[in-house]
Design a protein around this ligand. Structure first.
Ligand code: ATP
Ligand code: MG
Length: 317
């Protein structure tokens, strides 16, 4: 059976992940190798230091190459960050064939028409995703090719981003020796991975809480309706621990992962409330209260959830 090898790179705020996979004609995906490395040079999902980002990407790519035995030349690259925004736009065309059968060309023209949106010149389009078609006023058509009609409308979801943020990401990947097949909004890639067509039909919100950003996508009636990126993530939880409990950053991250809970009243026994952790000076130990730790985490968790909720409300659903 025919197969091809594709590569994906996720340049995240806390980690860079490169994945090499074989994709079979049937759609089956076989992962050949993964290269995971701590990220540098990123803040809230965008590149802020190209040299650091290049090093992290190159390390991740080399690891994936070593594990897969595949020489990486090109890759699909995920985009995220607060600069991402999205809107829904309609395109309309008259069906061109004399017999009024809708052709691939009509669909392409309608999608093209939907892209004539007013856009500030420091932004560019990343995706134009057809959600549904309307033929002579009949809504909710998923594939109009071959149908008959006079007027074809398309509802699209358009994702845009800042030119500079996108250029810095492209530059970093290219300097790490990899050409770009295409850029993919990270939430859409996550949606492909974890949602079933049924989920999208019934309506679903996808939330990816990362290190520096929380990516949100709302799917309605089988199509993408709203996408946005909120600049909060796991790093904020860690930073809160640093500030409130006065620990070094590494200790805070360790405490969060090992003892943290997002709901503080999950009864911590007073007898085991205090835990020992590393302090600032080498060899210094300090006592940390688990219930206090979890109160700090719960406060931040509530804020993050509220922001996610506001974003869902803002989407109009
Ligand atoms: N078990 C856990 N409990 C709580 N937080 C966790 C856990 N495991 C990882 N994290 C946190 O998740 C964050 C990393 O998530 P992820 O790997 O998705 O981020 P990223 O893709 O690098 O960043 P972004 O998508 O924001 O650019 C870190 O802040 C880490 O502390
Ligand atoms: Mg991520």
């Amino acid at each position: 059976m025919a197969q091809r090898t594709i590569v994906g790179i996720d340049v995240g705020t806390t980690k860079v992940c490169t994945i090499v996979a074989q994709v079979h004609d049937s759609g089956r995906v076989n992962v050949l190798g993964v290269g995971l490395t701590p990220s540098k040079g990123l803040d809230k999902g965008v590149v802020v230091n190209i040299d650091d980002a290049v090093n992290a990407i190159a390390t991740s790519v080399e690891k994936a190459e070593r594990l897969s035995g595949y020489r990486i030349g090109t890759a699909f690259v995920g985009v995220s960050g607060r600069h991402i925004s999205s809107l829904n736009s309609r395109g309309v065309v008259a069906v061109s064939r004399a017999d009024h059968e809708i052709s691939r060309n009509d669909v392409a023209r309608a999608v093209e028409n939907a892209q004539t949106i007013a856009m500030p010149n420091q932004r560019e389009i990343i995706h134009v995703i057809p959600r549904a078609y309307v033929v002579d006023g009949h809504e909710g058509i998923r594939d109009p090719i071959g149908m008959s009609g006079f007027r074809l409308e398309v509802e699209t979801h358009i994702v845009t981003g800042e030119v500079m943020a996108i250029q810095n990401l492209i530059k970093s990947v290219q300097r790490a020796g990899v050409e770009i097949d295409d850029l993919v909004l990270q939430t859409l890639a996550s949606g492909e991975a974890v949602l079933t067509p049924d989920d999208k039909d019934r309506g679903v919100v996808l939330v990816d809480i990362g290190g520096g950003t929380t990516d949100i996508a709302v799917f309605v009636e089988g199509g993408i309706w709203h996408t946005s990126v909120v600049p909060v993530g796991g790093n904020h939880f860690t930073n809160d621990i640093v500030v409130v409990l006065k620990t070094p950053h590494n200790t805070a991250e360790y405490l969060k992962l090992k003892y943290g809970a997002a709901i503080a009243d999950e009864a911590v026994d007073p007898a085991t409330d205090l835990i020992e952790a590393e302090g600032f000076a080498p060899g210094e130990r300090q006592q940390i209260s688990r219930s206090l730790l979890n109160q700090v985490l719960q406060a931040r968790a509530e804020e993050v959830i509220e922001q996610i909720y506001n974003e869902i409300r803002r989407s109009g659903y």
